[in-house]
Design a protein around this ligand. Structure first.
Ligand code: HEC
Ligand code: HEC
Ligand code: HEC
Length: 159
């Protein structure tokens, strides 16, 4: 618990001062938290068919870090989503395989992982927003933003 509180305090300090160096856990490894937009692009071996995604990291800090960094246990630096053994699959399971592919194999494919998490949450937020709107309890201009769900909302074409 104490560790969590100290961790939380460091995090707040990091967020306030924007330098975002966090010393995590027992092994005192430093972790630098990207405080701007992260370019999420296809792995090198993939020929991308869509523009890379500009992901505004801090816009998402109202959520618990572990919502996305679900393997992070606070005691070591966060690793990239496409780290080997995580969502490092670069080839989509073929159509004929699809029914037979288990969830673990399916989510290892990086595109499935990103789409499931990013679009999944934005869709949920949209439903929540709709519920609020229908309830009539929140002024229209005070309704929360829900994040893009359309292809071009994330894969923004260059002008
Ligand atoms: C909505 C999802 C989401 C939330 C919430 C989130 N992050 Fe991230 N974060 C990402 C994504 C996506 C990346 C890019 C990962 C990659 O390049 O594979 C990232 C990257 C990072 C990295 C760099 C990892 C690397 O590859 O070196 C750090 C450190 C990090 N986040 C810390 C945090 C902390 C601390 C919080 C909580 C304040 C947080 N993140 C909240 C999605 C999120
Ligand atoms: C746990 C929920 C959640 C997850 C996961 C999530 N988002 Fe979001 N995202 C939101 C919400 C809520 C907003 C609206 C925030 C706001 O405008 O204040 C948003 C906004 C955005 C925006 C628009 C920002 C702007 O300035 O208009 C982009 C782009 C975006 N998200 C991309 C992503 C990508 C890419 C991922 C996956 C790596 C992702 N999001 C994962 C909840 C989420
Ligand atoms: C909420 C954000 C978000 C939305 C909405 C979204 N994507 Fe993605 N998509 C991503 C992220 C993040 C990646 C992984 C990074 C990358 O490869 O650009 C990705 C990867 C991809 C890839 C693999 C890489 C490539 O360029 O070939 C394709 C194809 C793709 N998306 C197509 C789509 C299509 C089609 C839609 C609409 C039906 C869509 N995406 C909607 C975030 C999104």
């Amino acid at each position: 618990m104490k560790k969590l509180i100290i961790g939380g305090f460091c995090l707040i300090l990091a967020l306030v001062f924007g330098n975002a160096m966090i010393v995590s856990g027992q092994n005192d490894e430093e972790m630098s938290v990207p405080m701007g937009t992260i370019a999420l692009e296809a792995p090198e071996s993939v020929e991308a068919s869509r523009p890379a995604v500009s992901f505004p990291h801090p816009t998402h800090f109202s959520f618990n870090c572990q919502t996305c960094h679900h393997q992070w246990e606070l005691d070591e630096p966060i690793v990239s989503c496409t780290t080997s053994g995580c969502h490092d699959g670069t080839v989509a399971p073929t159509k004929s395989q699809k029914g037979a592919v288990d969830e673990e194999t399916a989510i290892a494919y990086y595109k499935t992982a990103f789409h499931k998490m990013c679009i999944g949450c934005h869709k949920e937020m949209k439903i929540e927003k709709k519920k609020l709107e229908m309830s009539g309890l929140t002024l229209k201009e005070k309704l929360p933003n829900s994040g893009p769900t359309l292809c071009r909302g994330c894969h923004v074409p260059e002008e």
